[in-house]
Design a protein around this ligand. Structure first.
Ligand code: UDX
Length: 469
């Protein structure tokens, strides 16, 4: 059933008897912290829980442990308004919450492609024995289809059966760098439910989102559905986005072989509204904490369900994505006039500057970052690699300690034989090619994100190479 927020949503009195349901977010990583802060901003009473004491202390002191535009300010504002607090006590959370959103991580398992559900299991089995009244447990983490049913079984086993604790699933779709907007102004919300009570509770928990939309004359579509469809919505959306990116990167490979320009091609096909022009930026491919692991976990789950063949294309999507990273190294060898054998080129004695380490701009996240993967590959060629990233240096240094890190763009490019733009930060897109040409040893640029104007850079004396053009 799809509907826009009804003018008369089903009424419900929260188990705590508070005027609005009290919301708990279990797991204050990227997802949980953002949700907790934004729902406090929407006027709810909120508690954020984590087992990580230093993280909870940081949040309680008004510091967001990661970089997300706009979030710091909202955190401090809502702590001051006493709508928001953080705890490491399951008892406290159980006592407080009417709705417990499970926001813990579901990383890729070390032994294969499937998702590791141990954090979900721990959160549910540790929380539910402390519940003393009815509550709704809502999964938000990205999970393999079937997880909500399993969570329901865990709840049945660990919560007092007399309380009638229920389960629902409501996936999130937030993009790093736009997370505050995506939570306050979602393009849709999805409720996977089994009862009218759960639906009413979820409407009530999202009333703030709908009211904000009404004041701004927007609509928020609500999809009310079963558990499996709700769980699949998230992985299907991410699989589609990953496929779109790998599709255009496959076209980049064909352009490279045939003399075409993939940026013009993307523009030309994107005018067809059925195709659309978003997520068609060819470059060094996708990364981050979601798309790569989600397409792998989706394949693993499809195998278990006996429909592995249906998602075999996602294996190709992953391979295309990995090939883009290697392509930068081969281009580097070509531009630097060094042979590239099967073991890769020897670029020792050369200085290569990598602009960007994070998986995308406006984030300090380096999880499965294509930029950092290229940095690792370049370091393996024997070149002296210098990295500069406006926000991600600290995280990058931990992940790849064996390269140099510069603290300004100017320092980073000074003396470079080659510059590789790997994350399209605004600072790089707006850089002055003439000024930078003065600093490098040799003005060669690989634009791994196709975000620079080739004519401008060429006229400033640079040998410019884009991806797929
Ligand atoms: C993604 C989904 O967009 C979001 O809905 C979901 O909730 C979580 O996963 P995020 O990981 O924040 O969000 O990043 P996104 O903006 O989707 O970008 C993913 C990667 O794809 C980045 O590395 C980005 O650089 C790359 N990308 C994106 C491209 O290479 N080309 C494009 O055209 C778009």
């Amino acid at each position: 059933m799809t509907l826009v927020y009804p003018s008369n949503p089903p009424a419900v009195v929260p188990p705590s008897k508070a005027p609005r349901p009290r919301l708990a977010f279990v797991g204050t990583g990227y997802l949980g912290a953002t949700y907790a802060i934004c729902f406090a901003e929407l006027g709810y009473e909120v508690v954020g829980f984590d087992v990580d004491e230093p993280k909870v202390a940081k949040l309680a002191a008004g510091q967001v442990p990661f970089h997300e535009p706009g979030l710091d300010e909202l955190l401090r504002k809502n702590l001051a308004a006493e709508r928001l607090r953080f705890t490491t006590s399951y008892e406290d959370v159980a006592d407080f919450g009417d709705i417990h959103f499970i926001c813990v991580g579901t990383p890729q398992r070390a032994d294969g492609m499937a998702a590791d559900l141990s954090y979900i299991e721990r959160a549910v089995t540790n929380l539910t024995p402390h519940l003393r009244r009815k509550a709704l447990i809502v999964g938000k983490s990205t999970v393999p289809v079937g997880t909500a049913e399993w969570v329901q079984q865990l709840v049945a086993k660990h919560a007092d059966p007399a309380l009638g604790v229920e389960v629902a699933w409501s996936p999130e779709f937030l993009q790093e760098g736009y997370a505050v907007e995506d939570v306050l102004r979602p393009n849709r919300v999805v409720f996977g439910i089994k009862s009218d009570w759960a639906t009413a509770m979820l409407y009530s928990a999202h009333k703030g989102v709908f009211e904000l939309a009404t004041t701004e004359d927007r609509e928020v579509p609500v999809v009310v559905t079963d558990f499996a469809t709700a769980e699949l919505t998230k992985v299907a959306a991410n699989a589609f986005l990953a496929t779109k990116i790998s599709f255009i990167n496959a076209m980049a490979e064909v352009c490279e072989a045939s003399g075409g320009d993939v940026t013009m091609l993307a523009r030309a096909i994107g005018y067809d509204a059925r195709i659309g022009n978003r997520f068609l930026r060819a470059g060094i491919g996708f990364g981050g904490g979601c798309l790569p692991k989600d397409i792998r976990a989706f394949q693993a789950r499809a195998q278990e369900l006996g429909v592995g063949e249906a998602l075999r294309f996602l294996y190709e999507v992953d391979l295309i994505n990995q090939r883009r990273r290697q392509r930068v190294v081969r281009l580097a060898a070509k531009l630097l006039d060094r042979p590239c054998g099967p073991a890769g080129p020897d670029l020792s004695g050369l200085r290569i500057t990598a602009l960007g380490a994070t998986f995308k701009p406006n984030s300090d996240d380096v999880r499965d970052s294509p930029a950092l993967s290229v940095v690792r590959k370049l370091a393996r060629t024997g070149a002296d690699v210098v990295v500069f990233d406006p926000e991600g240096t600290e995280n990058a240094r931990q992940a790849v300690p064996n390269v140099l890190y510069a603290s300004t763009l100017g320092d980073a490019v000074t003396g470079a034989d080659l510059v590789c733009l790997l994350t399209e930060w605004e600072e790089f897109r707006n850089a002055d090619p003439r000024a930078l040409a003065e600093l490098v040893r040799s003005p060669r640029m690989i634009d791994g994100r196709n975000c620079l104007d080739p004519a401008l850079w060429t006229s400033a004396g640079w040998t410019y190479f884009g991806m797929g053009r």
